[in-house]
Design a binder for this molecule. Structure first.
Ligand code: NAD
Length: 277
């Protein structure tokens, strides 16, 4: 039994709270490491067309012996396919590469406001769900105005919003909007992507020592404590196992509050600001 709990989505389905992320995982090793993740007990995989490794994810799923309906698979629509027909074709191509009949969650990867086609892309995702090619639909990297705009334009609320989120950049404004709309928050870069000293921060390391856990496990447990879905990435076998085991770590209210206080505001952002794309 996986220790990872699932959280409900606003469309009646549910999503495991830890997913195995494969950003920057070389296509040649994706089937192997994703297979290790499935063997370790992960039941949620997060890929994207632009990662170039959907085939490896599909291969791992087929080789794993795990029943298709036990694994939650997410992939994403890239910026070059926001126009209606391109979005439909892109989804069909992802299904082909994954070797699947249905994607569990399909996300618009970036709003890319400068292109101005995110409403059209969102309408295409609604159609893909109605046609049964995808089960749930959501977005990633949407600034709040664009998130509100697609909801206003269609009356359809994304099931998920996947955003950069970690203790140095906790995204309080978006999380508050998600709570208002019933959107599940997913964290990309949940461990800070190695771009800062997050895993060496004394607040984190002291909590880790107290629980005989690792700093990465403490950070992941913090995400879970807030009801957030976290997508840690690692290709190191011991870390693949370690990150999943974070689901068994329970932090106290004081520990959660101490990690909350690490918020660095905009200075904590490590990646691209979606508003500038
Ligand atoms: P991450 O925060 O998961 O950091 C990954 C890095 O942290 C690893 O390369 C490794 O160096 C380190 N690490 C992993 N486990 C560790 C451990 N137990 N102890 C110490 N260090 C450890 O960052 P990420 O890979 O960028 O993000 C995770 C996933 O989120 C991606 O794989 C992808 O699925 C998704 N993502 C989505 C977007 C988006 O635009 N939607 C952007 C980036 C990432």
């Amino acid at each position: 039994m996986s220790p990872v709990t699932s959280v409900p989505l606003n469309d009646g389905r549910s999503i495991p709270q830890i997913g195995y992320g494969v950003f920057k995982v070389d296509a040649a090793v994706t089937a192997d490491v994703t297979g290790q993740a499935l063997a370790a007990g992960y039941r949620h995989i997060d890929t994207a067309k632009i990662y170039g490794n959907e085939e490896g994810v599909g291969q791992a799923l087929r080789d794993s012996g795990v029943a298709r309906d036990e694994v939650f698979v997410t992939t994403k629509l890239w910026d070059d396919a926001h126009a209606h027909d391109d979005a439909i074709a892109a989804c069909e191509a992802s299904l082909e590469r994954l070797g699947l009949e249905q994607i569990d969650l399909y996300l618009i990867h970036w709003a890319t406001p400068s292109q101005g086609q995110y409403v059209e892309a969102w309408k295409a995702l609604i159609e893909l769900r109605e046609r049964g090619l995808v089960r749930s639909i959501g977005v990633s990297n949407f600034p709040l105005p664009q998130l509100e705009e697609i909801i206003e334009a269609t009356g359809e609320v994304p099931a998920v919003h996947q955003i950069e989120l970690h203790p140095y950049f906790p995204q309080l404004e978006l999380r508050e909007a998600h709570a208002r709309h019933g959107i599940v928050t997913e964290s990309w870069g949940p461990l800070g992507q190695g771009k800062s000293d997050l895993l060496e921060n004394a607040v984190i390391t002291e909590i880790a020592s107290a629980h005989e856990a690792t700093p990465a496990q403490v950070v992941l447990a913090w995400h879970l404590s807030h009801g957030i879905v976290a997508l840690p990435k690692s290709v190191t076998p011991s870390r693949i196992v370690e990150n999943l085991a974070a689901a068994e770590l329970v932090l106290s209210a004081e520990e959660i509050a101490a990690i909350d206080s690490l918020d660095r505001g905009e200075a904590g952002r490590g990646g691209t600001d979606p508003a500038t794309k």
